[in-house]
Design a protein around this ligand. Sequence first.
Ligand code: HEM
Length: 408
Amino acid sequence: MEAMDINSIHDMLYALRDPAGLPFYPWAFFGVGILTWAMHFFAVALVLGGIAVALWGLHRNTPYWQRLAYAMANVSKIAVSAAIVLGVAPLLAVQVYYDPMWYTSNVLSAYWVIGFILILIVAYSAHYVFYFRNKENPQRARAIWSIIVAGAGYVLAGFIMHSLSYQTLSPEQWLNWYAPGGHIDNSGTRLHDFNLWRFGYWLALSVPITGAYMMAYATYWSTRRDQDHAWLDFVYQLGARWALWGSVMAAALLVAYFASLPEKLSAYRSSIWALLWLAATLLPGVIALRARNRAFRCGYRPVLGATLGMLLVAIGREMVRYYAIIPYYDFMDYKVNLDWFTTGVFGFTFLVLGASTLGYLLTVAWKAGKTEGVYQASDTMHLWGRFNLVLIIFWTLGYFGLMAIRTF
Ligand code: HEM
C-alpha cells in the first residue's frame, strides 16, 4: 500500500479532532499532561523497582536483605495504587490535546487496551497474595511465585502502555497497520509498533528512582532512636549504589534509543530537549554520588533530584512526540471554546480539595511515622482535618448541585 503524503495525513488528523473544541487553552492540557505523567512514572518506577529489590533480596536471603525485600514489596504494592490513580490524569490530558493520535492507537490495538486492565487486575491480586502469605515476615518467604507473577504482569502492562504511546508517534504508518497490503484488519489484536531501547530505558529508570527512594526511606527512619541504625545504613548505601549505577545504565539505554530514532526525528536528536532528557536521567546518580559519604545528613536530596529529573524526563519525552507530529499537526491551533465552569470545577478539585486533603493525609502519615509510641495529633492538625471534612461535603453538594442545575 502506498504511503500517505504529508497533506493527506494533515487532513486525516484534523478530521479526527473533536469539533466541539477544547474547554480551555491547549497549552494547559499539554502542561498538565507532562506534570501528571511525571508523577505517574515516579510511582511506576517504585512499583517496578520495589519488586526488583524484593526479588533480589529474597534471592540473597540474609536477614538484612530479607527485611528490605518485605519492606520494598510493600512499598511497591502501595505504589501500584498511586500509579493507577496518577495514570488516569495524563490519560485525560493526552486524549484532549492529542485525541486523534491516542484514540487511533487504542482502536488499532483494542484487545490489548482491554487486556491491559485484566493483566493489571491479575498482577495486583498476585501482589496481595504475596503480602498476605508473608505478613508476619517469616524466615523463609512463602508463595514467591506470586511476586514473580505480579512483577511480570506489571512489566507486560508497561509494555502495552509503551506500545500504545509509541504508535501515536507514526501517523504515517497507521493506514498500513489498518489495512496491510490493502486488506482491512480491524481485529485490534496486534501491537503494531514498539522500541525495545525505549522500553528498556523505562525499566532501567526505575532503578535510580528506587535507589533515591531507599536513601530517603533510611533517612526518614534514622531520626528514631528505636530503629536499627545498622540496617538503615545498609539500606542507605544500597540506595546510593542503585541511584548511581541505575542512572548510568538508564543513560546508556537512552543514548541507544536516540541512536535508533528514525530519520524524521534526526532534528530531535541534536536538539536541546535530547540533552535535557539525558542530563535529567543522570541527575539522581550525580546527587547520590555526592550524598553517599554524608550519610543521612543529605539523604533527601537524591529523591528531590529524582523528582526534578523525572519532570525534565517527561518534558524530553513529550518533545519527541512534538517533533514527530509537528509536520502534520499542531495541537496549539486546536479550537478553544472557553468553558469557565468546568475549568473552575477542575481547578478547585485539583488545587484546593486535592492539595488540602492529600496534604493532610501525608502530613499525618509523616508525623505518625516520626513518633515513638502513639502519635497524638496537635490542635492545628485536628482543625485541618475538620476543615477537610467540610471541604469534601461542600464539594460533593456543590458538584452534584451545579451539575443538576446545568443539566436542566
Ligand atoms: C503497573 C502498571 C503500569 C506500568 C508499568 C506503566 C508503565 C508506563 C510506561 C513505561 C509508560 C511510558 C511509555 C512510553 O512513553 O514509551 C507509560 C505511559 C503512560 N501510562 Fe502507564 N503504566 C502503568 C499503569 C497505567 C495506568 C493504570 C494508566 C491509566 C489509567 C496509565 C496511563 C498511562 C498514560 C496515559 C501514559 C502516557 C501515554 C502517552 O503519553 O502517550 N498507566 N506507562
